[in-house]
Design a protein around this ligand. Structure first.
Ligand code: CTP
Length: 406
C-alpha cells in the first residue's frame, strides 16, 4: 500500500515526441498501484500506438469522441466523472490553445472541459513555441481556470534546439499529484528541515563524518511539502535527488550547517533537526595532504556547537522545535533527557543498531516523545514515519494555536 494505491488517473496525451515519456509515467503509476486510463489525440497516436498504453495500464485507451460506454453515457462525460485526477501529458501548443479557448473539438479537450476533478497540464514543445506570447497567454488562462501547470524543464530538445520545453521530470509531477491528493493541513507553515551528515575536514583529502543517508530528513521534506508547507531543506552531502520544489541549501561542515540554520530559523514556524551533526571537528585543518610517515598518530578534536540546543535557547513561543536522537541503548531515558535539555517540543528516538531502523535503509521505527506523552511507532517506511511525525507536529501547532490563525 502506498500513497497512489487505488488512485484513478486519467492520462490525456497529445502529439509530441514526449508521448513515449508519458508511457513511462503510466508504467510508474501502475507500479504504485494507481489505476490509469489513457486517452490519446489522433496526433499522439502518430508517435506511440494505443496498444502500448493498453498493455502498460491494463485498461482501454480512448480516442473516439463519439464512442458510447456500455451504460449509454458518452465517453467524455464518464471519463471525467470516474477519475480522481486528469493529467494532460504531454500537452502540445495546439492542445493548450484548444483548452484555453474552451474548445471541445476532440475527446481530450471535451474531457477537460467537462472535468470537475483536478487538472494537471504538462507542456512539452519546441522552445520558441513555448516562449511565444500566444502560448504563455494561453497558459495564464489555464492557470486562471484553476488548472495546475507543471513548468517544462530546460535542456536539449528533440527538435535539435536547446531551451525550455522538455516535458517535466516524473518526480516533479508525482509530487504534485500526491499534493493534490493530500489534505493541506500544513499550508502557511514555514518548515526548516536539516538532513544528512556533516563533514569535518582534516586535510584536502580527508574528513571525519557521521553515518547518515539523509533519507529520513528528505522524506520529512517531501511529505511536509505535499501537505502544503513551505520547506527549506538544509542538507549535508548525500546521494539523494533534491526533492522538487523545495529550497535546498547544501552544506558540508557543522559550522556551515549552523550558519545556514540560523539564517532562516527566525522566520520558521517549525524546525526539524534530522541531520547527523558531527559532535567534534579537527582542531587544525591541514592545508596540505598529511603524509603517513608516523607509525602512530592522534587527532586533536574541538567540540562543535550543539545547533539544536542553541535553537532551543532562542525558541519563540510560536515555534515548534523537533529533534532526533540516534541511540544504541536507553532510548526512552536519552530521548527524555535531550527533549528537556535542548528545550524541544518533540523528539524522535531512533535505534541505530537495528538492521531495519538504522542507517541507509528505507524503513524506520521511532519512539516519539513530547512534553505530555510518548508513542512507539511500528516499523514502517521512512515516508510513513515522516507522516506520523508531521501529524504530531500538527497537534503541537494546534495546541499552540498556530493553525487557527492561518
Ligand atoms: N545536534 C545538533 N548539533 C550538534 C549535535 C546534535 O543540532 N552538534 C542535533 C541533531 O541534529 C539531533 C539531536 O541534536 O536532532 C540529537 O543528536 P544526537 O547525535 O542523537 O545526540 P547528541 O546531542 O549529539 O548527544 P550524544 O552524541 O551524546 O548522544
Amino acid at each position: 500500500m502506498n500513497d497512489l494505491t487505488g488512485v484513478r488517473i486519467l492520462l490525456g496525451t497529445s502529439g509530441s515526441v514526449a508521448v513515449y515519456k508519458a508511457a513511462e509515467w503510466a508504467r510508474e503509476l501502475v507500479k504504485e498501484e494507481a489505476i490509469v486510463t489513457t486517452l490519446m489525440t489522433a496526433a499522439a497516436q502518430q508517435f506511440v500506438t494505443p496498444l502500448t498504453f493498453a498493455a502498460l495500464t491494463g485498461n482501454s485507451v480512448y480516442s473516439n469522441m463519439f464512442s458510447i460506454d456500455p451504460d449509454g453515457v458518452m465517453a467524455h462525460i464518464n471519463l471525467s466523472r470516474e477519475n480522481d485526477v486528469l493529467l494532460v501529458a504531454p500537452a502540445t501548443a495546439q492542445t493548450i490553445s484548444r483548452l484555453a479557448t474552451g474548445s471541445a473539438e476532440d475527446l481530450l479537450s471535451a474531457v477537460v472541459l467537462a472535468a470537475k476533478i483536478p487538472v494537471v497540464i504538462c507542456p512539452a514543445m519546441n522552445t520558441n513555441m513555448y516562449t511565444h506570447p500566444a502560448t504563455q497567454e494561453n497558459l495564464h488562462k489555464l492557470i486562471g481556470f484553476g488548472y495546475r501547470i507543471v513548468k517544462p524543464d530546460s535542456g536539449s530538445l528533440a527538435c535539435g534546439e536547446t531551451g525550455e520545453g522538455r516535458l517535466a521530470g516524473w518526480d516533479t509531477v508525482r509530487e504534485l499529484l500526491l499534493s493534490l491528493l493530500t489534505p493541506q493541513d500544513l499550508l502557511g507553515q514555514k518548515i526548516v528541515i536539516t538532513a544528512g551528515p556533516t563533514q569535518e575536514p582534516i586535510d584536502p583529502a580527508r574528513y571525519i563524518t557521521n553515518r547518515s543517508s539523509g533519507k529520513m530528513g528528505y522524506a520529512l521534506a517531501r511529505v511536509a511539502q505535499r501537505r502544503g508547507a513551505e520547506v527549506t531543506l538544509i542538507t549535508g552531502p548525500v546521494h539523494l535527488p533534491p526533492p522538487p520544489g523545495i529550497t535546498c541549501v547544501h552544506i558540508l561542515s557543522a559550522e556551515d550547517m549552523e550558519n545556514a540554520v540560523m539564517d532562516v530559523a527566525d522566520k520558521a514556524t517549525v524546525i526539524i533537526k534530522a541531520a547527523a551533526v558531527a559532535d567534534y571537528r579537527p582542531a587544525e585543518i591541514h592545508q596540505q595532504k598529511m603524509k603517513k610517515y608516523k607509525e602512530h598518530f592522534s587527532l586533536e578534536l574541538d567540540k562543535n556547537n550543539d545547533i539544536l540546543a542553541e535553537l532551543g535557547k532562542r525558541k519563540k513561543d510560536e515555534q515548534v522545535l523537533v529533534g532526533f536522537a540516534a541511540e544504541s541503548q536507553n532510548h526512552d531515558q536519552e530521548g527524555r533527557r535531550k527533549l528537556r535539555e535542548k528545550n524541544l517540543d518533540l523528539i524522535a528516538v531512533n535505534d541505530i543498531l537495528g538492521k531495519t531502523t538504522g542507517f541507509d535503509v528505507d524503513t524506520n521505527q521511532v519512539l516519539l516523545i513530547d512534553r505530555e506523552d510518548s508513542t512507539s511507532l511500528p516499523l514502517m517506511s521512512k515516508e510513513n514515519t515522516a507522516s506520523h511525525i508531521l501529524n504530531k507536529i500538527v497537534d503541537l501547532l494546534n495546541r499552540k494555536g498556530m493553525l487557527a490563525t492561518l
